[in-house]
Design a protein around this ligand. Structure first.
Ligand SMILES: *Cc1c(COP(=O)(O)O)cnc(C)c1O
Length: 395
């Protein structure tokens, strides 16, 4: 298909040309020279993205690796963690903990609503012996597109004087939805490079504060590979990675961070919020036809990075198919919203609007969807694109 393809899925996200160009080079020296200095320069900018003064360990691996890395430093076999779930990724992190021999107390809030702070508080208040060592909280659950109030969880912990670590999965949200690690009292945060950070998949990060590092110091056995201490505080370059550096990813990440620093985090968050509102405006109008629906009813609980939608009669999958074959526009599949064999499974799909996105791309995405909905004869309200353009015009 002539023209550019558009991968509008919730990760991996669109890669800036500048990132790709920075990666397109020969193999650098990994013993001395520019790469070593450049790598050290990533750390302060990563801290700025996460809004933290504390530590960051870098890993070669995807988000699942960061899940395991974070857990490996602070919990041991037989410990208990509390996992409030609002979609598939919360359960995924719980599963990772179970694999490490950790007991998981799962609070399931379904797939359409955020963590209920009353129930969260009740579960913690019941833990009078402080058995719960950590809260595994997903900021934006990418499967449902629910965004949770991480700061509110901190306030609950503080009110109860509960010592559990607050651990946040910001793999979908970092660099998209506002996140303020230190001000929100987050002890550990995990993220990956292929969503808001705009780099091809392959690197992930664990941010941690001194309280979390003190817990790390008490853990009897920490996996050598996942240990965050040498990575966050290396004496030698290879200790950042516990082996060979992801050389080309580092060049890509350097440019991606330059882009974020140049724009400024407030502006980055505002851009994502504005583009998300344009998407929601179009979806609200399409939904007037009765066939399309947003997964999360209240905009206050929606992520600015990803939108989960459904289109009745299995037409979500049909829309995805048509857009990919006719327009080179790829939307995300539904994830964890219906069990295998459920005929509604094909209804679900998702839009990724994280990272390297702007107004004309989002208008293109929505215009493509409008064409696809018409092609499928889906009943829709009139004026979805007008509504989206009006949001963008106001900025
Ligand atoms: C993408 C994502 C993951 C998993 O990351 P991988 O890189 O696919 O392992 C975990 N949690 C959230 C919230 C995500 O968006």
């Amino acid at each position: 298909m002539p023209g550019r393809d558009y991968l509008a899925i919730p990760g991996p996200s669109v890669m800036p040309d500048a990132v790709l160009q920075a990666m397109h080079r020969g193999a650098p020296n990994i013993y001395a020279g520019a790469l070593i200095d450049m790598t050290a320069s990533l750390v302060p900018d990563l801290r700025t993205v996460a809004q933290t003064q504390h530590h960051v360990a870098m890993y070669i691996g995807n988000g699942h690796a960061a899940w395991e890395a974070a857990l490996s430093n602070v919990v041991s076999v037989g410990d208990t963690v509390l996992v409030p779930c609002t979609g598939r990724f919360g359960h995924g992190w719980a599963d990772m903990a179970q694999g490490l021999g950790v007991e998981t107390q799962v609070l399931d809030f379904g797939k359409n609503a955020p963590v209920d702070m009353g129930q969260f508080e009740e579960a913690l208040a019941a833990d009078t012996q402080h058995q719960i060592k950590a809260i595994l909280a997903v900021h934006v659950d990418t499967s449902s597109s629910v965004r949770n109030d991480i700061h509110a969880m901190r306030m609950v912990l503080d009110r109860l004087d509960h010592p559990a670590l607050l651990m946040a999965d910001c793999i979908a949200s970092l660099g998209c939805d506002r996140f303020d690690m230190d001000a929100w009292g987050v002890d550990v945060m995990v993220t990956g490079c292929q969503k808001g950070l705009m780099v091809p998949p392959g690197m992930s990060f664990v941010f941690f504060n001194d309280k979390a590092d003190a817990v790390r110091g008490q853990v009897q056995r920490v996996s050598r590979y996942w240990d965050w201490r040498p990575r966050a505080n290396p004496d030698e370059f290879y200790q950042y990675w516990n082996g060979t550096a992801p050389t080309h990813h580092l060049y890509g990440l350097r440019v991606a961070l330059d882009m974020l620093m140049d724009e400024g985090m407030e502006a980055v968050w505002a851009r994502h919020a504005r583009l998300a509102r344009a998407i929601w405006a179009a979806c609200d109008v399409w939904a007037d036809g009765g066939a399309l629906a947003s997964n999360v009813a209240d905009p206050a609980n929606r992520s600015c990075a990803v939108t989960a939608l459904r289109l009745d009669q299995g037409r979500g999958a049909q829309l995805r198919g048509w857009l990919e074959s006719e327009l080179s526009l790829t939307l995300g599949i539904g994830l964890g919203m219906a069990e295998p064999g459920d005929p509604k499974r094909d209804d679900y799909f998702r839009l990724g609007h994280m990272g390297h996105v702007n107004g004309q791309m989002i208008m293109g995405l929505l215009g493509g969807m409008d064409a696809g909905l018409r092609h499928l004869d889906v009943p829709i309200g009139a004026g979805a694109l007008d509504a989206a353009a009006a949001v963008i015009a106001k900025s």
